[in-house]
Design a protein around this ligand. Structure first.
Ligand code: MG
Length: 311
């Protein structure tokens, strides 16, 4: 049952710049609990809802901003994980169960956008972002084929965990980043000259990566152009999903909650949560509410900045 109990928001202020974007007196709203592994939130403005995945229960949940109700959107849900919207406002989903990236038309019709690279099935697409030219970029670690918990166990056909791009005109898939252990969360810088990608490789490699790297990207040319330096390392645990605000700050999920980084790489503040956070989304009419999926729950917090505009 939803608890909806308000909790005074708890912050760690690491830099005074964070004080400018904290809303005084804001309460952390506990909107839903009872999940097993909450992930992949997306705000759908046309419906005024937040959809999110309960990956291990193989279901998609829906929170209505108008009524506060949570309803079951789909079950089974192909062990879906990350979501985003495309330029037309259609939901794009990463499915572990089908090992594909799919699009839902406004009438609910499901359309597979990509399920193979070079004739081999993907591992289990995890998180996804759409660029201003309509190209779709996504990560493909193995979490959905590693065990029964989040999909169907299988060997990796590709033998690597890469970041891919789906061409908006042809649907062709190209591998863009091939030097990560387990790429996970993904987002573009506001100017789209950089692509940030989290690597949760510590799950598979002792002392492995638990950081976000920043790559150069040429959207027109449709490719990554160098870079790849470590932007930030997660203070506790590993970064999973993350989003940018309109001023280019990176809000990244982790064991303690959500860490906020200035574009210069400084950790300026942390929103503490009672559970490990896996992903987040800016939503609401002004995109000033942070919706956070954290283990069993969906939380919301108003912040003094807007989420980056969709392209
Ligand atoms: Mg993820």
């Amino acid at each position: 049952m939803p608890t909806r109990r308000p909790i005074p928001a708890e912050y760690q202020i690491h830099d005074t710049r964070f004080l400018l974007i904290v809303v005084a007196g804001a309460e952390l709203r506990h909107l839903h609990t009872g999940g097993l592994w909450a992930e992949g939130p997306v705000y759908v403005p046309g419906r005024e809802v937040v959809l999110w995945s309960d990956v291990r229960r193989n279901r998609l949940l829906c929170y209505s901003l108008a009524t506060g109700d949570v309803t079951l959107e789909a079950q089974p849900a192909n062990f879906n994980n990350g979501h985003t919207l495309d330029r037309e406002g259609r939901v794009i989903a990463c499915e572990h169960g089908t090992r594909s990236v799919v699009r839902f038309e406004t009438d609910g019709t499901r359309h597979v956008l990509a399920d193979t690279f070079d004739g081999k099935r993907f591992n289990s697409p995890n998180d996804v972002v759409v660029a201003s030219d309509g190209s779709i970029w996504f990560t493909d670690p193995t979490y959905g084929i590693d065990s029964f918990d989040e999909g169907y166990p299988a060997e990796s056909e590709i033998g690597a965990s890469n970041v891919y791009r789906i061409d908006p005109a042809t649907g062709d898939v190209t591998a863009q980043i091939t030097d990560m252990v387990r790429p996970n969360g993904i987002a573009f810088a506001v100017d789209e000259r950089s692509l940030y990608v989290a690597d949760t490789g510590v799950s598979h490699v002792e002392d492995g990566p638990r950081h976000i790297r920043r790559y150069g990207v040429d959207i027109e040319a449709g490719r990554v152009v160098g870079g790849g330096e470590v932007f930030a390392t997660c203070p506790v645990g590993a970064f999973d999903g993350f989003r940018l605000d309109a001023e280019g700050r990176i809000w990244a999920s982790g064991h303690l909650g959500v860490h906020c980084y200035d574009p210069d790489g400084t950790l300026i503040g942390t929103v503490r949560l009672p559970e490990t956070c896996a992903n987040l989304e800016f939503g609401g009419p002004n995109r000033t509410t942070l919706f956070m999926t954290a283990t069993t729950s969906l939380y919301a917090l108003d912040v003094g900045v807007r989420g980056a505009a969709r392209r």
